[in-house]
Design a protein around this ligand. Structure first.
Ligand code: DX5
Ligand code: ZN
Length: 225
């Protein structure tokens, strides 16, 4: 984290899956604050990635905080496996959790930070009554499932409204934003109230990871409230 308080979370989804350990070490050396791990089940989203065994294997190669984004149906079945694999933060999708409060409290009981992710079409009211049970909120600024998609511009107003709601209720819960974040969108989301920027293609899709992370930080520092 730099003095702006913005954290950069490179998403492993855009890394070279044949060299995952090296990729993780490289992004840590490049100054990443968190490692964002996208878990997909082919049901909640139309794509598949990896699960607890891959996360457990990567745990030995880095000290980065593991920010695990579960894009899976019925995530309760696997929370313990992800916590045991080394997840530090676990976010679940509100759309996939009928008993969201219970799911969040289980994540905390497992010793992890609990997050809720909201798809672009999902209203902020989905988190309104679980604010005491949350450690962060993940606003999806693309429809989840794939890296390299274009930022949906209406996400900026959604982040702004969430930020206002949290301030009004007296919560200092960080807002993470995921999808289409690059130097050209970073300032806008930070100005709206986001403080954790997930970036897949804008980091792992570049040749030089330190410059890519730095470019995001510089862009975030230009945010005007
Ligand atoms: C999308 C994932 C994202 C993805 C972002 O479903 O949740 O974390 O990796 O990729 P970019 O930054 O390329 O939009
Ligand atoms: Zn993600």
């Amino acid at each position: 984290m730099n003095k702006t308080g913005v954290r950069i979370a490179p998403s492993l989804l855009s890394a070279d899956f044949g060299r995952l350990a090296e990729e993780v070490r490289a992004v840590e050396a490049a100054g990443a604050d968190l490692l964002h791990l996208d878990v997909m089940d082919g049901h909640f989203v139309p794509n598949l990635t990896f699960g607890p065994p891959v996360i457990a294997s990567l745990r030995k190669y880095t000290r980065l905080t593991f920010d695990v984004h579960l894009m899976i149906e019925a995530p309760d079945r696997y929370l313990e496996d992800f916590a045991r694999a080394g997840a530090d933060w676990i976010s679940v999708h509100a759309e996939a959790c009928p008993h969201l409060q219970r799911t969040l409290s289980r994540i905390r009981d497992l010793g992890c930070k609990a997050g809720v992710a909201l798809n672009p079409a999902t209203p902020l009211s989905m988190v309104e009554w679980v604010l005491p049970d949350l450690d962060y909120i993940l606003i999806m600024s693309v429809n989840p499932g794939f890296g390299g998609q274009k930022y949906l511009p209406q996400s900026t107003e959604k982040i702004r409204r969430l930020s206002a709601l949290l301030a009004e209720r007296g919560y200092a819960i960080p807002i993470e934003v995921d999808g289409g974040i690059a130097p050209d969108t970073a300032a806008e989301v930070v100005a709206a109230g986001a403080s954790i920027l997930v970036a897949g293609s804008a980091v792992f899709g570049k040749e030089d990871y330190p410059s890519a992370v730095e470019a995001l930080r510089r862009a975030a520092a230009k945010a005007k409230p």
